[in-house]
Design a protein around this ligand. Structure first.
Ligand SMILES: *Cc1c(COP(=O)(O)O)cnc(C)c1O
Length: 353
């Protein structure tokens, strides 16, 4: 790979308060695609700079864009590890197929990603709860107003040092269930990490914020009856001894944290089911005292405990200011594995050397 790393690396000055996704490292990975030149071209690692793109680039008009999100961690033994990156690359290619974006070579992409993290490894914060967020994305760059898949693309990977999602410790969040809009519909793009899915979901997020809720919980688009997911997190509910999470219906993003949580719960011998969960079942069993805990899972926050859930006029509350017991246990387990504090028995960590 054509690696252009500067002779003298810049001095790294990380601000005390790292606002999520606002600070970027010195280098980026970049690889262009051109169907007339035989596909993916020579990749490079170069200094981060602004792009120069034609205003007619198809991404600006028809939204042909996908992204991924994962993290690299400084483990307790001083090594650098990525959490299940091959799963993100697999999902990137699944999203690519849905959006008519050319797929990437999984092995090479992992190699490029590790190479980039290695280049900017000094940017990985070492304080507890800190990490390096990795953001791969692909955009359509061909300048053309024709409505068809682009013939040219740009694949980039950006790195961003991030602090703990909950700086004051693991704090519960509140969630508002909406049936005013839908995020995604089966056979649509909900299971792809398509940039456009976010554009469609912002309004729900904004309206939840206006009512002082942190996040919005989406219902299925057809019956407006079954819970699906929360903005950028998958959702889990605990009914007494059963832990349940919505089964992947085609409109839910298959989270890698979700997949890992399901495995951990199975390892613990718990009764975990992927199934349909109606909002009516939740209300009904809450009233019976059987719905005891709700939490979300996603790369950014890892696990988010939910202490308040609103659906129409019904407000369900869980454990006031204290996080749920299972949510906290899972948070400690997943982050424990990520920082190398707990045995990684499924080999989820990939070390950069
Ligand atoms: C990325 C994402 C998630 C969480 O996936 P992870 O792989 O666990 O980070 C959940 N929902 C949506 C809509 C997402 O984009």
């Amino acid at each position: 790979m054509n690696t252009i790393t500067s002779e003298k690396k810049s001095k790294i000055n990380l601000p005390e308060n790292l606002v999520f996704g606002k600070v970027f490292t010195e280098h980026v990975f970049e690889m262009d695609y051109d169907s007339l030149k035989g596909g993916w071209q020579e990749p490079k690692i170069k200094k981060l700079e602004n792009l120069s793109i034609h205003p007619a680039a198809m991404v600006f008009h028809y939204g042909q864009a996908l992204f991924e999100g994962l993290k690299a961690y400084k483990t307790v033994d001083g090594r650098i590890a990525l959490f299940r990156p091959e799963k993100n690359i697999e999902r990137l290619n699944n999203s690519a197929r849905r959006l008519c974006i050319p797929e990437v070579d999984p092995e090479l992409t992992l190699k490029y990603m590790l190479e980039l993290v290695k280049t900017d490894q000094d940017w990985i914060p070492t304080k507890p709860g800190y990490s390096l967020y990795i953001r791969p994305f692909i955009i359509a760059t061909e300048a053309c107003f024709g409505v068809r898949p682009s013939e040219q693309y740009k694949f980039m990977i950006l790195l961003s040092p991030v602090g703990p999602y909950y700086p004051e410790g693991f704090k519960p969040v509140s969630i508002m269930v909406t049936d005013k809009y839908v995020r995604a519909v089966r056979k649509g793009t909900g299971e792809a990490k398509a940039a456009g899915n976010y554009a469609a979901s912002l309004i729900g997020q904004v309206e939840a914020k206006n009512e002082h809720y942190t996040q919005v919980l989406w219902l299925d688009a057809i019956e407006q009856k079954y819970i699906e997911e929360v903005g950028a997190m998958n959702i889990f509910v605990r009914f007494n001894d059963e832990v349940a999470t919505p089964k992947l219906s085609g409109s839910i993003l298959p989270g890698i944290t979700r997949m890992s949580v399901i495995q951990i719960l199975k390892d613990w011998g718990m009764n975990i089911n992927e199934r349909l969960i109606s909002i009516d079942e939740m209300v009904d069993r809450y009233d019976k005292g059987e719905l005891v805990e709700v939490f979300g899972s996603g790369t950014a926050a890892v696990i988010s405990s939910v202490n308040k859930l609103k659906y129409h006029d019904k407000i369900m509350k869980f454990g006031d200011e204290d996080p749920g017991e299972l949510a906290l246990k899972l948070y400690n387990e997943v982050t424990g594995i990520q920082y190398g504090k707990i045995e990684d028995k499924h080999n989820w960590l990939i070390y950069i050397d």
